[in-house]
Ligand binder design. Structure first.
Ligand code: 5OB
Length: 256
């Protein structure tokens, strides 16, 4: 897969030279190119922004500069990603879909955003998705580019050494991961659950599945309601149907 990132802060993408993604690039599994948007300016100040039409705070990124950059980089098979707080919230299903692409082009906006005609034009002439990291504010698209390349990169064939690691994870089956333990068997009076040292592989698998279901119900009930009912077997349904979902007893506050 080829990934192009366009930004006014190319150094922000330096972490992608490290760890798993860095090795994927060095091994030729990920063809990553980070570009400085100012490469596509022509004025002596290399200006990329201008004041908002209609007034208001901050600056808006110029469509002409972005147009020159994207025209140079877009191919027939490109999927353009525009990080934006108003975009589709990134989840593992979107990550998996992006990992099947031949070419991602991530256009990182700063300031108050990119002139809206850029998304409109490339939405009409290419495949384009606005992507949000979630319901909070960050200053620019670079951190989203880091997240997207990290999450997509690890799904590319050969990047993660043991492919089994890719399926035994939170969110892959729509559930949170079960708790994991290593040695010692007792640490600060806390014991590793006995079933895990029992050697009964079927019981271990069932215990882990129960833990995933219980954790998801307790911490992320929104995920449970989005599960495909066919993803649950009878044992799963029994676990969920017998969960104690009553709230903890309220502390009584005496009247003064
Ligand atoms: N907030 N996801 C949540 C985002 C975001 C802000 C961005 C980009 C993606 O740029 C300002």
């Amino acid at each position: 897969m080829r990934v192009d990132v366009v930004t006014i802060f190319p150094d922000y993408l330096q972490p992608l030279t490290l760890s798993l993604v860095g090795k994927a690039v060095r091994d030729g599994l990920l063809d990553l190119h980070v570009h400085d948007l100012r490469t596509w300016t022509h004025d002596r100040h290399r200006s990329v922004d201008d004041t908002p039409v209609g007034g208001g705070a901050g600056m808006v990124m110029r469509p002409d500069v972005w147009g020159e950059a994207l025209d140079d980089l877009v191919r027939p098979d490109t999927h353009i990603l525009l990080p934006s707080p108003g975009g589709q919230v990134l989840d593992q299903a979107l990550v998996a879909a992006l990992a099947a692409e031949q070419h991602l082009l991530i256009a990182c906006g700063r300031y108050e955003g990119i002139d809206a005609r850029v998304a409109e034009h490339y939405g009409n002439t290419a495949r384009l998705t606005e992507v949000s990291l979630g319901d909070y504010v960050v200053n620019g698209g670079e951190v989203a580019a880091l997240v997207i390349v990290e999450a997509v990169g690890r799904l590319l064939p050969g990047v993660v050494g043991n492919p089994q690691s890719l399926v035994e994870e939170s969110h892959v089956d729509g559930l949170l991961e079960y708790p994991v333990y290593t040695r010692p068997p007792v640490w600060r009076d806390l014991e590793v659950p006995g079933v895990l040292t029992s050697g009964h592989h079927a019981q271990i698998a069932r215990w882990r599945r129960d833990q995933s279901l219980r954790r998801t119900a307790a911490r992320r009930p929104d995920l449970l309601s989005r599960l495909d009912p066919n993803a649950l077997d009878d044992a799963d349904r029994h676990v969920l149907d017998t969960l104690d979902t009553s709230p903890p007893p309220a502390v009584e506050v005496p009247h003064s």
